[in-house]
Design a protein around this ligand. Sequence first.
Ligand SMILES: *Cc1c(COP(=O)(O)O)cnc(C)c1O
Length: 420
Amino acid sequence: MSPNALLQDPPVVSDAHFSPEQFDRAVMTTYGRFPIALERGEGCRVWDTDGKAYLDCVAGIATCTLGHAHPALVKALSHQIQKLHHVSNLYYIPEQGALAQWIVDHSCGDRVFFCNSGAEANEAAIKLARKYAHDVQEIKRPVILTANASFHGRTLATITATGQTKYQKGFEPLVPGFEYVPYNDLQALENAIADIDEGDRRVGAVLLEPLQGEGGVRPGDLAYFQGVRKVCDENGLLLILDEVQVGMGRTGKVWGYENLGIEPDVFTSAKGLGGGIPIGAMVCKSSCDVLQPGNHASTFGGNPFACAAGLAVAQVLESEGLLANAQERGEQLRASLSAIAVQYPQHIAEVRGWGLINGVVLNDETELTSINIVKAAMDVGLLLVPAGPKVVRFVPPLVITAAEIEEAVQKFGEAIAAVG
Ligand SMILES: *Cc1c(COP(=O)(O)O)cnc(C)c1O
């Protein structure tokens, strides 16, 4: 059966019309949701249940790398689900091996562990760092340094790694073994490494985002990251980079660290890796792979379906030249948004980002918040996502065209005009 035939005879759930009130009675209200429901997409366009069209510059939060209903993804997943979708890591999984090989061939890493999300990938990296501390660094109570305003996920260990109290409040006691330093401040990192030394309690690893996504689309500073690499080498520390939001082509390079001229010892990936099918990965150099059979596992991790998605994304990234597109469309977007920023100096302080992860930074003085602008944009048919209260984030699919970027900026201008 072709995918189109399936669409004509959809499962019953697609016909259900939930009101937000009904929805919120049955589903835990852990999210602040916008009052629309999306039911269909194609490329960078999505439609809600009332038939209204939106240009999608959210892409499931930097996740739908190939946009919606990309033929290569539809074909790969239709094929895989008819063949074999899940077995178990009790057995060898060819698709998992192939995706790991692609990642290894296109990164500084040597070995991959697969899981299902960004938080899980970071959990795996944290476990690896702790085992490395015990086995190799001989630290009994290892500390991982992370940055203020970082975001690493919502599990207990990753909210602790996240340097923002708003994600931690109410969930104490937090996981021991984390300390925070200001981002892009090398002296502060050096001081922390020197200060945290009680013999059996020392720094074993540094965990950073190459560009802070949720924390406000704040790019890492080149000199800072080169300094961090040097300090880690001199002190025998692991440098772990969280590539969950910026990896897999988002910045115009396959990995965010390529913008910084350094290589991590360990990095994590998730969001864009499966193009919207849940998959996460922790990648490390063989020199720090201390995990043995039985040390870590995931039931779903790296199953044939998720890995088929990852392989399709990888193939299209190359065959459609999406790295170059991310670079060029990103430059176009920043240039056009900067022109709007000049028109509204009372509201917009700065436009910043790499490739197709960009933020419009609002002035401290303006009363406008990122939510105000995101709502106004939604009214005119443009989907955007806040990155904190004062930054509006653009993370469209990497297949976005020049004409669609122009349309996005025009709609953004209409939104600002409406609220400003
Ligand atoms: C989204 C994100 C995570 C968490 O990923 P989940 O898949 O939601 O667990 C971790 N780190 C960064 C940098 C992210 O952007």
